[in-house]
Design a protein around this ligand. Structure first.
Ligand SMILES: NC(=O)c1ccc[n+]([C@@H]2O[C@H](COP(=O)([O-])OP(=O)(O)OC[C@H]3O[C@@H](n4cnc5c(N)ncnc54)[C@H](OP(=O)(O)O)[C@@H]3O)[C@@H](O)[C@H]2O)c1
Length: 226
C-alpha cells in the first residue's frame, strides 16, 4: 500500500515521537517534514522541506498526501506575547488545515489540549478552542484533535510551570477517579502512537476529540499490530 504524510512540528516532543513511530510502522512510504528546522531523518522515506509557516499557502501542493499530522505549538513564555502565541497555535495550525483541505488530504490529525474551549477564561484554552472550531469547519474528511493534559517526556529545555503541574498531578493522581482521567498527564509517545493508530484504524470521516482514555485505547491498537 502506498501511503503519504506531512508532519508539522517534527522537532517537538510529540513530533519527534511521531516520526519515530511512523518510521517504525513501515506503513508510510513518503513522509514530508515541513518546518523552519528539521530533526535527523529516520530513513530515505522521509524528506525535509524548509517552510515559512507564515506563508504556507504558497506550499499548499506539498499537502497533497493521505495524512497530515500537526504537532505545532509554543508557550506564552517562549512566544513572548499573546499575539506571537496565537500566531503559532492558531494561525499556523489553521493555515496547515486549509492547505490540507485545498490539496485533498484525507486526514488532519492535530495536537490540541484537554481544556480547549472558546469560552474559557484561560487565553491558552481559548486559542486552542478557536483553532479547533476553525479547523473542524474545513472540508477535510477526517479531522481529529488530540486533547492531552500535561505531556510527559524528556525535553532539552526547562518548563517550570509544566514541571510544577506534573508534581501536583502526580500527587493527586492516586486520588483522581478514572472518570477524571482526561486530566492525567500522558506520555508524548502515547499521544504520538494514538495519532498513528487513528490514521491506520480510525474512521474515514468525522470530527473526533480524543482524551486520555481514547488516546491510550488507540495507542494500544498499534501494539496489537506488531
Ligand atoms: N506541553 C504540554 O504539557 C502540553 C499539554 C497539552 C497540550 N500541548 C500541546 O501539544 C502540542 C505539542 O506540544 P509539544 O510539547 O510536543 O511541543 P514542542 O516540543 O514545544 O514543539 C513545538 C513544535 O512547534 C514548532 N514551532 C513552535 N513555534 C514555531 C514557529 N514560530 N515557527 C515554526 N515552528 C514553530 C517547533 O519547531 P522549532 O523546533 O522550529 O521551534 C516544534 O517543532 C502543542 O500544540 C501544545 O500546545 C502541550
Amino acid at each position: 500500500m502506498s501511503r503519504s504524510a506531512v508532519v508539522l512540528g517534527a522537532t517537538g516532543l510529540v513530533g519527534g515521537a511521531l516520526i519515530a513511530r511512523l518510521a517504525q510502522t513501515g506503513q508510510w512510504d513518503t513522509v514530508r517534514l515541513l518546518g523552519r528546522r528539521h530533526p535527523p531523518l529516520p530513513d530515505a522515506r522521509f524528506s525535509a522541506v524548509d517552510a515559512d509557516l507564515g506563508a504556507l499557502a504558497e506550499q499548499a501542493s506539498a499537502f497533497a498526501v493521505d495524512d497530515v499530522f500537526c504537532c505545532l505549538g509554543t508557550t506564552l513564555k517562549k512566544a513572548g506575547s499573546r499575539d506571537a502565541f496565537r500566531r503559532v497555535d492558531y494561525d499556523f495550525c489553521v493555515a496547515a488545515a486549509r492547505c490540507a483541505a485545498e490539496a485533498g488530504a484525507r486526514r488532519f490529525i492535530i495536537v490540541s489540549a484537554v481544556n480547549a474551549d472558546t469560552g474559557s477564561l484561560s487565553f491558552y484554552a481559548r486559542v486552542k478552542g478557536e483553532m479547533e472550531d476553525t479547523v473542524a469547519a474545513t472540508d477535510i474528511p477526517l479531522v481529529a484533535f488530540m486533547q492531552p493534559s500535561l505531556l510527559r517526556g524528556a525535553r532539552d529545555e526547562t518548563r517550570i510551570a509544566e514541571q510544577a503541574g506534573e508534581k501536583v498531578l502526580s500527587l493527586v493522581t492516586p486520588l483522581v477517579g478514572w472518570t477524571k482521567a482526561a486530566w492525567l498527564p500522558i506520555a508524548a509517545e502515547t499521544v504520538a502512537d494514538a495519532m498513528v493508530a487513528l490514521a491506520l484504524h480510525g474512521p474515514e470521516t468525522g470530527r473526533l476529540r480524543l482524551r486520555y482514555k481514547d488516546m491510550h485505547a488507540y495507542a494500544r491498537r498499534l501494539g496489537e499490530d506488531e
